[in-house]
Design a protein. Structure first.
Length: 276
C-alpha cells in the first residue's frame, strides 16, 4: 500500500483494515447523541482552523485535527480510490462514534465535506478563508516545518499540491531548491479548489464563511449560527495556533508582483467573491 509516498508499516496497515471492518458493522449500532450541536471547521490550513478548535474547548467537546494518526492514512486511501462509497461512509460514522465531538476543526476533512453534509443533515460547517497572498507565505513555511513531521503529513501535502501539473517558472527558482515545495501555481490552484469544494458542497443555510482576520470579531455571528451563548466561546484562544516565526521569507526570494499575477490568474474570481 503506497499512498502518495506513504507506506503504512505492516502493523499500521493491519490496524487500518481492522478499523474498516469494525466500521462496517458498528454503523448499525444505535448512536448515543448528547451533543448540543454538531459542527465542523473545514477551512484551509493556516486559515484559523486551530483557533476555532480551541475557542470552543472550554465549554464544549472540541478538538483540532483529532485522531490524525488514523484519519490521515484513511483519507489518503479515500483519495486514492481504495474505498467504496459505502465503506467510506461507514468509516466516517465509526470515526464520529469514537470522537463524539460537538466541534471539529480539521482542514483535511474538506476532501469529504460533501459526504459529511449528507451523513449529518443537522451538522453546521464553518469555513475559514484567508486571502491567498499572505496564506501562500504562511503555508510554505508550514510545509518546511512538516519536513520534521511524520511521513503521513508529507503524503497529505503531496496529495494537496502534487496533483497539479505545473512547472517551476524562472521567477520562482528559489522554491525549486527546497525539499518538496511546489510551484506557486500549484499552491494557488489548491487554494481555489479547496474553497470552491466547500462552497459548492455545503448548503448555504448550513455554512458560515469567516475571513481569518474577522474571527475574533465574529463571536456573536458564530454563536447565532450554532444557536449557543457567545459567552461560551473563548475569544482569548482565537490565536492558539499562531506561530509568528518564519524560517523562509517568501517575498525576499519570489517577486510579490509575480505572485499577484498568479493570484489573478488562478484565484481572481474567488478572491473577488470572498473579499470584495
Amino acid at each position: 500500500m503506497n499512498l502518495y509516498g506513504y507506506s503504512p508499516k505492516p502493523q499500521k496497515a493491519k490496524l487500518m483494515r481492522k478499523q474498516a471492518f469494525w466500521a462496517s458493522w458498528s454503523q448499525f449500532l444505535p448512536m448515543q447523541n448528547s451533543r448540543r450541536f454538531q459542527a465542523y471547521c473545514v477551512g484551509l490550513p493556516r486559515s484559523g482552523t486551530h483557533s476555532l478548535g480551541y475557542m470552543f474547548a472550554a465549554h464544549y467537546s472540541s478538538q483540532h485535527e483529532p485522531m490524525d494518526d488514523d484519519t490521515i492514512p484513511h483519507i489518503l486511501r479515500f483519495l486514492a480510490g481504495d474505498y467504496s462509497e459505502g465503506q467510506w461512509k461507514a468509516l466516517l460514522r465509526w470515526r464520529d462514534r469514537q470522537l463524539g465531538l460537538e466541534m471539529e476543526a480539521s482542514h483535511y476533512l474538506h476532501h469529504t465535506v460533501s459526504v459529511l453534509a449528507e451523513l449529518y443533515p443537522e451538522a453546521k460547517f464553518i469555513h475559514t478563508v484567508r486571502e491567498p497572498f499572505s496564506w501562500l507565505a504562511s503555508e510554505i513555511n508550514q510545509n518546511l516545518k512538516t519536513r520534521s513531521a511524520t511521513l503521513k503529513w508529507r503524503a497529505l501535502e503531496r496529495a494537496r499540491y502534487g496533483r497539479y501539473d505545473f512547472e517551476y517558472e524562472p521567477e520562482e527558482t528559489a522554491l525549486k531548491t527546497l525539499d518538496e515545495i511546489w510551484p506557486v501555481s500549484s499552491y494557488l490552484s489548491y487554494w481555489r479548489d479547496h474553497n470552491e469544494c466547500v462552497l459548492k458542497s455545503v448548503p448555504a443555510d448550513r455554512l458560515l464563511v469567516l475571513r481569518t482576520q474577522d474571527i475574533r470579531e465574529s463571536i456573536d455571528k458564530i454563536a447565532e449560527f450554532l444557536n449557543i451563548s457567545p459567552e461560551t466561546i473563548d475569544v482569548s484562544a482565537s490565536r492558539s495556533g499562531t506561530n509568528p516565526s518564519k524560517d523562509f521569507d517568501l517575498y525576499a526570494h519570489v517577486s510579490p508582483d509575480f505572485v499577484r499575477e498568479k493570484i489573478d490568474r488562478h484565484c481572481g474570481v474567488l478572491v473577488q467573491k470572498l473579499f470584495g
